[in-house]
Every structure is written in C-alpha cells, then in structure tokens.
Design a protein. Structure first.
Length: 524
C-alpha cells in the first residue's frame, strides 16, 4: 500500500516536471517588474520593502527556466495591484557569497522576507504565476478576512482563486469559543485556503440555522455558489477537529484534477479515489455532469478526479488497467484494490453511475494483477502468483513467502539460500514460496522493501514478518518456532556432511548480511 502510493506519487511528480518543456529564460527580461539584487543592494532592498519574494537561481537550471516567465508575470501583476509586494531575483552564479550566506542548496530556491533579512521563510507554494500572486497577497492580509457588507463579499465570491471558507457569525452569538477555534484553524491552514468571516444579515438569513448559531460554508473555486457546502454537524465550540475534517472533505472540488501537485491531498484523505482518464477536454466536459452528480451524492465517501491521459496515461498500469482511454477506475486506497469498468468495449459514460453504485454496495470484483498460474512447479521453491496467493497461504501448512522484485540485489543474493531452505522441507508440511510482487497484487501484507519475508502459520493466525539474518539456520529456526506445526527442517537429517557444509556456507552469508544489515530493507 505505502509502496504503491510512494511509487505513483514519484511517477506523477516526474512526469509533471518533464512534460512542460519550453525554451524560456530563467532570468526575467529587462522591462519586467522583477528586481535583480546583488550583494551590494540586497540588504537595503529587503529592509525597505515589507514583502519580498526572492528567487535564488542559476541561469542554466531547467526548473529555473520553467519558473522564469511565471515569476515575471506574477511580478508584473503584483506591481500593478499590490505595489508593496516585490519579487526579486538573485543569480547565484554571480552572487556566490550572498547565496551561500542563505545556504541555498538547490535551484530555484524561493524565500519570503518580511521587512528584514532575519524574518525569512521558505515559499511553500506552487511555481506558477497564480499561486505566487495568491500566496504573496495573502501575506499582506489577516488570516481571517472580515467582510462587513454582503456587497463586498458577493464580489469576492465571484472570482475565487482557491477554496473559500466562510464563518457566518450572527450578531450576539453566545459562544465565543467557536470563533476562537475558527481563527486558530485559519492561522494553521491559511496557506491552503482563504478564511473569511461575516455577520451580514443576508448571509445569516441564508445559511445560519438560528440567529444564535454560527454557520460555516465552503465555496469552491470554479463552482456555482449554490454548490457550496454548508456545515451541518454539531456545534464547533472548541472542537478543532470537527471543522478541520469538514474542510478536508468539502474543500475538494466535485470533479477535481489529479496531478503531481494534488496527488498528496487526495491520497492522504484515504477515501476511495475514482479516476476518469481523458485524452481531450471534450471527453472531460462530456462526462462532467455525470461525475458531479455522483460526487455530490458520495461527498466524503468517494473522491472523483479527472486525469490527463496525455500526460499521465501510464498511471493506468498502476491501477491494473490498460492504457486505453477514456477509462474509469476506482482505487480503494484503504484495501489497495482496484475496480475498473471493463475495457473490452469503448467506455460508455452512462455505465459510470451504476458502476459506482455497485462499488458502494460492495458488489464489484476487484481487478487482481497476476501472472498466470504455472502449469507445473519445476523448482522446490513454490512459484506463487496473485490469483493463488490467498488460497496457498491458507492451505493448512506453514507457508513462508518471499516477496521480491526482479531487479532487487538483496533478493538475488537470497535466492540460492532460499532454494536450499525449500529443499529441506521436501515431503514436510511447510511450503517455501516466492512471488514477484511487481507482477502480482497481494492483500493483507505490508511490503515496504524487497525482499519481504513472511510466515503464514498453518492454523490461520496472523502472518509473522521475518526480520532476522537471512541464513539457512536462522530461517529454519524461525519456521520451527513460529510456525504452528513446529516442523524442524533438520529433524531427520541423516547426512552429517551436508549439515556441516550448510553451516559453513551460511556463516559466510551471515557475515555479508551483517555488513549490509543497514541497507537490507531499503530496496523499493
Ligand atoms: C510598476 O508600477 C509602477 C506604478 O504603477 C509603474 O510606473 C511601473 O512602470 C511598473 N513597472 C513595471 C516594470 O511594470
Ligand atoms: C473572533 O476572534 C478573533 C480572534 O480572537 C477576534 O479578533 C474577533 O474580534 C472575534 N470576533 C468576534 C465577532 O467576536
């Protein structure tokens, strides 16, 4: 589970970086509002401007080239609208001392200064013009913007840059605690959302249940105001988590877009994630009404996202689907099971609703990635595949399984020892098995590195992870001790020579193991 999330996030991040190729300059053009700073000008400039976003860059760096035009465009916009916010660039190939005094380790590095060189923080946002503008503007505002009149607020709601979380506080509300809680949350999450508060009567009438209780409403960027989410739970008072959970669920758009930047937000909430892979904007807008309807119905139960198959199509493989678009697939993040609409015919959008209903009712079969079941087992190590996994590990024998990846070096080193181990159990009720985890889905096993070794006791009790030396004796001891059949691999060993040979071999192995112990599990 963790494995797949990490891998997918990495793939998405990589792809989203590669695809936006352009030949732009890292350095802002002469006529831009970006200020070029040097060692000589830096301190004065920072001290004389209340809000400065400084980009430390190198002209040759690819990410800097991509950021260049976005940075310049943000600077020009802010120069017009918010002249007290400045954007500056420092060329680290020229200003080496200055850059090293800020311990710049990678390009570009963006830092925010608030009026002096010690009031400094890292810029945490995305590297595009809108995100930069939005972040810098918010710095100049209080964590909660108070709107006195409905007119001001209506204007604001017309053009939202991100999810907007509104507290509606009727005059004379009795509980001060909920207002305090709201401000605490705003201070903590102000980077991700805009927080606002109003006591205007029009909003009170529309959203508050009574003239004494506060209301909370989330308006999402790019959506109708009538689609806003209203908090309906119990009174917030001092309960921070109540409102944070609401925000976590409801701030996501009904039909959002998943990419390197948003992936984390979707996977961290652990709800099933329903993907629509599209290749054209038309495909996406055709399906939108269907998806939005479902998303409203299953808010807080399933997240629905669009995925640009032109950029991220290969992600279909991670979801056990073919790269044939459009496609619809649900990834249950909790169980790591994948459910997709059959791809033998072209996708009919009208099938999506029923498919989601069946998913919710638990009536779908997951797609299990598996190698075919081998016709015969031609090694003493049992070659396990995804479709057979559960049946074999519950077959009433002690089953010791190695989960491996073909490219993993530690796995290759273990292979001959494992083969030998399996031979020791010929004719005994222990199965020594291996499974290529890159080709086969398995459930109920946590695989955080290769190889992972797990014993499934014959009595069906919880699997036990093996974390000891990878020597023949140690593994055999483990199977004898932890297995429910207590089978001793060496019990009726007649040939003493074999045993001593084995001992010699495995002691060399143990030495290798000890020196490499620290990295024995780091292959992913
Ligand atoms: C920045 O704004 C000022 C004041 O509006 C204007 O005079 C100046 O030309 C602008 N600079 C750039 C580079 O756009
Ligand atoms: C809500 O709490 C904030 C922060 O403590 C405070 O500044 C503000 O006056 C409060 N608003 C009301 C209406 O009580």
């Amino acid at each position: 589970m963790q494995f797949s999330i990490k891998a997918i996030a990495a793939i998405m991040a990589v792809i989203s970086n590669i695809t936006s190729i352009n030949a732009e300059e890292a350095i802002a053009p002469e006529d831009s509002a970006v200020v070029k700073l040097t060692e000589a000008t830096f301190n004065d400039f920072i001290n004389n401007n209340p809000y400065v976003l400084a980009e430390f860059f190198a002209p040759w760096c690819g990410h800097c080239k991509r950021l260049g035009p976005e940075f310049a465009s943000a600077a020009d916009t802010l120069n017009e609208s918010d002249p007290n916010i400045k954007l500056a660039q420092i060329d680290c190939t020229e200003e080496r001392d200055l850059c090293s005094s800020f311990e710049i380790r990678g390009y570009p590095t963006m830092k925010v200064f608030k009026g002096d060189a010690s009031a400094i923080s890292d810029y945490p946002g995305q590297r595009d013009s809108n995100a930069i503008i939005n972040y810098m503007r918010k710095l100049t505002l209080p964590a909660v913007q108070v709107f006195e009149t409905a007119k001001e607020l209506d204007e604001k709601l017309e053009k939202l840059a991100e999810s907007f979380i509104l507290q509606i506080l009727p005059e004379g509300t009795e509980s001060q605690a909920s207002n305090e809680t709201f401000y605490q949350i705003a201070n903590k999450y102000s980077e991700a959302f805009t927080f606002a508060s109003t006591s205007d009567k029009k909003f009170v009438d529309q959203y508050a249940k009574s003239s004494k209780t506060p209301a909370y409403v989330i308006f999402r960027k790019g959506e109708e105001l009538s689609d806003a989410s209203v908090y309906k739970g119990k009174s917030i008072d001092s309960d921070f988590e109540l409102l944070v959970d609401f925000i976590d669920v409801e701030s996501k758009p009904l039909f959002g877009e998943i990419n390197g930047q948003t992936y984390q937000a979707y996977t961290s909430s652990n709800l099933p994630l329903a993907y629509y892979f599209y290749s054209t904007e038309e495909e996406r807008s055709d399906v939108e009404p269907i998806i939005k309807k479902l998303a409203k119905k299953y808010r807080g139960e399933v997240n629905f996202v669009g995925l640009d198959a032109v950029q991220f199509g290969m992600h279909a493989q991670n979801l056990n689907m073919e790269e044939k678009f459009p496609l619809f697939v649900i990834h249950d993040l909790e169980s790591n099971k994948k459910y997709g609409i059959d791809q033998s015919n072209d996708l009919d959008n009208n099938d999506i609703t029923q498919f989601v209903q069946k998913f919710k009712a638990g009536k779908l079969e997951p797609i299990v990635k598996s190698e075919p079941v081998p016709e015969s087992q031609d090694s003493s190590v049992f070659h396990l595949v995804g479709t057979e996994h559960d049946a074999i590990v519950k077959s009433g024998k002690d089953v010791f399984v190695k989960y491996y990846a073909p490219w993993c070096g530690h796995c290759k080193k273990l292979a001959p020892i494992f083969e030998e181990l399996s031979e020791l159990y010929t004719g005994k009720d222990v199965i020594v098995a291996e499974i290529d985890h890159t080709l086969n889905d398995v459930e109920g096993v946590t695989i955080e590195g290769y190889p992972t070794l797990v014993l499934f006791p014959a009595d069906g009790s919880e699997p036990i992870y093996y974390d000891d030396a990878r020597s023949l004796e140690a593994m055999a001891d483990f199977i004898k001790e932890k297995g429910s059949l207590k089978i001793d691999a060496f019990a009726d060993e007649e040939d003493a020579v074999v045993e001593s040979e084995t001992a010699v071999e495995s002691s060399t192995v143990e030495k290798v193991e000890q020196t490499e112990e620290a990295e024995a599990h780091d292959e992913l």
